[in-house]
Design a protein around this ligand. Structure first.
Ligand SMILES: [Zn+2]
Length: 157
């Protein structure tokens, strides 16, 4: 970790704090590429009626729009709070180099957020989840992938 990491993280924390004053959730994030800010995000779940509008997801979307890419390799995500499983996964999909966070899942739990509870859920077998995630094997279940693999013009990601 460097002093620059701390400065970008302070920026994410400032975005999070400002978002509360604007009626949003206490989360902010910044994407930095080659020393420059290329995307920012604030939690927009309640404003946008979008349970996936987490600050990290918003920052990733903003950075991808700015850089006109779906791959953020070479970039770093700074986030005011430890990313939830959704945002860790979004960071992996975005191929970010690193993720740096300030507050952790326990701070989020104190604020009434389920980050820690969802991490705990992922440690338990799906058969014990209150929300079933069920596999139903259809005869043509593999057809989309067969179609994908047969498409020579596909854009891999
Ligand atoms: Zn999240």
């Amino acid at each position: 970790m460097t002093q620059q990491d701390a400065q970008w993280l302070e920026r994410a924390v400032a975005l999070a704090t400002a978002n509360v004053a604007e009626g949003g959730g206490p989360f902010g994030a910044v994407v930095v590429c080659e020393g420059s800010e290329v995307g920012t995000g604030q939690n927009r779940v309640t404003r946008d009626l979008d349970p996936t509008a987490h600050a990290e997801v918003m920052a990733i979307r903003d950075a991808c729009r700015q850089l006109e890419t779906f791959n953020l390799a070479g970039c770093v995500l700074y986030t005011s709070c430890e990313p939830c499983p959704l945002c860790v996964s979004a960071s992996l999909w975005a191929r970010l180099d690193r993720v740096v966070y300030a507050a952790d899942r326990h701070d989020a739990a104190r604020g009434g957020f389920d980050d820690s509870a969802f991490y705990a859920l992922f440690e338990t077998p799906r058969s014990e989840w209150s929300m079933p995630v069920a596999h139903l094997d259809l005869p043509d279940a593999a057809r989309p992938f067969d179609t994908w693999l047969a498409n020579a013009a596909r854009t891999a990601y």
